[in-house]
Design a protein around this ligand. Structure first.
Ligand SMILES: NC(=O)c1ccc[n+]([C@@H]2O[C@H](COP(=O)([O-])OP(=O)(O)OC[C@H]3O[C@@H](n4cnc5c(N)ncnc54)[C@H](O)[C@@H]3O)[C@@H](O)[C@H]2O)c1
Length: 447
């Protein structure tokens, strides 16, 4: 009888949670207010739920509370409005986690120097939750990680004090698929995959995301949900690796890889275009497949496609440097002593994220060979380039003319490319920005 009563009251706390989510009176905690966590927190708050954001970075906490956005996809006006109505606030006061009904973890998952998973951020977020875990809470991990993390790493931490998953609290994994800078597919419109540790966990997590996301895709386990994300990003990394290899081949064969891709993509089935570039960057594509390769290695399996794509993608910055070197040689100039202007430090178009951007490796290799490197990036006013603080230079005719070579590494929308083409004496276009030109001057070279 006593045990029966206890069981009823325990599952009642999760029933209560479901009611609070449906009524939008649930309080949502988001740990990690970066490119993933901030847009998510904003969507829940816009939907009328009260959101507490947790971060260790005081400038980000201040940004949220003062309505100053640091993520281009999130307008400051939204933050001002949500702070005013007290729907969204941020702090580093982790004790407040116990007041949250649902907690979503959006902390970084980088690689260590050894290129193995760095789980320290997930561990510290998990520990902060475990310290104040109570009945009736739903915890969701969103950080991209290897299959097994939710069940093997987070679950034991949360159950350590005797609470039981699926009965006292719920735990799920739901990969984040946001594409920063993409205005067509956004947090609300990108379908969300959700896997729970138990069926109750899955139902609650699906219910939570259904408040803000149009299509929620339930899968049978947290491991499947973790693997879905790694399949998606491994697919990208491998295909980019393949097309980078095709670009290197086309260079040897004297073919224009861009023309080849344009023609190939007219096939209405069985082909999907990927494009070569100066290398891959950002927090996801270079790192995520390595999480999978690591986990596979633990099980005695060698992930050959991943390793090969990683090698190819990492060879691209050196190919770019060699391309500049050859082009300068063709004009009887040496790389040593030349001034090289790099356009675009961010790892991709229209974002301010420079994490793992190949531009840094290119800048370093150029300066190691004696070049003077400057950069222009409308999204990155200052950066640490080759160990020194550098400022984005203005793209004036003078600046363009005095550079021995200008290299477009990232094709942000808000750059005056006509001016660049008019004034640069030698221009390397690694993104095929000038694809529509009918006549290409000899001083314009492509990847
Ligand atoms: N950036 C993307 O495009 C993208 C897309 C999909 C998935 N992801 C994944 O989402 C996760 C987060 O990525 P991001 O780009 O938002 O990272 P980010 O670095 O922009 O944001 C992470 C935030 O977490 C904070 N943080 C770190 N440890 C913390 C802790 N213990 N407690 C509280 N806050 C902590 C950091 O200060 C930072 O503000 C990663 O696993 C990433 O792979 C990222």
């Amino acid at each position: 009888m006593g045990r029966g009563v206890a069981r009823v009251s325990q599952s009642a706390s999760l029933d209560q949670l479901a009611k609070r989510i449906r009524a939008k009176t649930a309080r949502v905690g988001v740990i990690g207010l970066g490119y993933v966590g901030l847009p998510l927190a904003v969507e829940f708050a816009k939907e009328g739920l009260t959101v507490l954001g947790f971060d260790l970075d005081s400038s980000r906490i201040e940004g949220v509370n003062r309505g100053r956005s640091y993520i281009p996809d999130v307008p400051s006006d939204d933050l001002i409005q949500l702070a005013r109505t007290k729907r969204l606030s941020a702090s580093a006061e982790f004790r407040a986690l116990s007041s949250c009904d649902a907690i979503i973890i959006c902390v970084p998952t980088p690689l260590r120097k050894t290129r193995e998973p760095d789980m320290s951020f997930i561990l510290s977020a998990g520990q902060a939750i475990a310290t104040s875990l109570r009945r009736g809470q739903l915890i969701v991990l969103e950080s991209t990680t290897y299959p097994g993390t939710t069940d093997e790493v987070i679950l034991p931490m949360l159950e350590a004090k005797g609470l039981k998953v699926g009965r006292d609290f719920a735990l799920a994994f739901s990969p984040e698929r946001i594409d920063p800078g993409n205005t067509r597919h956004t947090t609300r419109t990108i379908p969300k995959v959700v896997g729970g540790v138990t069926p109750t966990c899955q139902r609650l997590a699906v219910l939570l995301y259904s408040q803000i996301i149009r299509t929620v895709v339930p899968v049978s386990s947290t491991k499947v949900a973790e693997m879905v994300k790694l399949l998606e990003n491994t697919f990208r990394a491998v295909n980019i690796g393949l097309v980078n290899e095709i670009a290197l081949m086309c260079d040897k064969l004297g073919l224009d890889v861009w023309e080849v891709i344009e023609a190939a993509k007219t096939k209405p089935f069985g082909f999907m275009p990927f494009y070569p570039g100066p290398g891959i960057g950002g927090h996801c594509i270079p790192a995520d497949p390595m999480y999978l390769a690591w986990k596979a290695r633990v099980h005695g399996f060698e992930a050959r496609f991943i390793e090969l794509a990683d090698q190819l993608n990492h060879s691209m910055p050196h190919y770019v440097v060699e391309k500049i070197n050859r082009a300068l040689n063709g004009r009887k100039k040496a790389l040593n002593g030349s001034r090289i202007l790099l356009i675009g430090l961010a790892y991709k178009k229209d974002v301010n994220d420079t994490r793992d951007s190949p531009a840094f490796e290119i800048a370093q290799a150029l300066s190691e060979r004696g070049a003077q490197v400057v950069y222009h990036d409308p999204y990155v006013p200052t950066a640490c380039l080759n160990g020194l603080r550098a400022c984005s230079v203005a793209l004036t005719p003078d600046e363009l003319k005095r550079s021995d070579c200008v290299a477009i590494l990232t094709d942000h929308s808000n750059v005056d490319y006509d001016g660049v083409l008019r004034h640069a004496s030698l221009l390397l276009d690694t993104r095929n920005h000038y694809r529509h030109l009918t006549e290409r001057p000899a001083r314009l070279i492509s990847l």
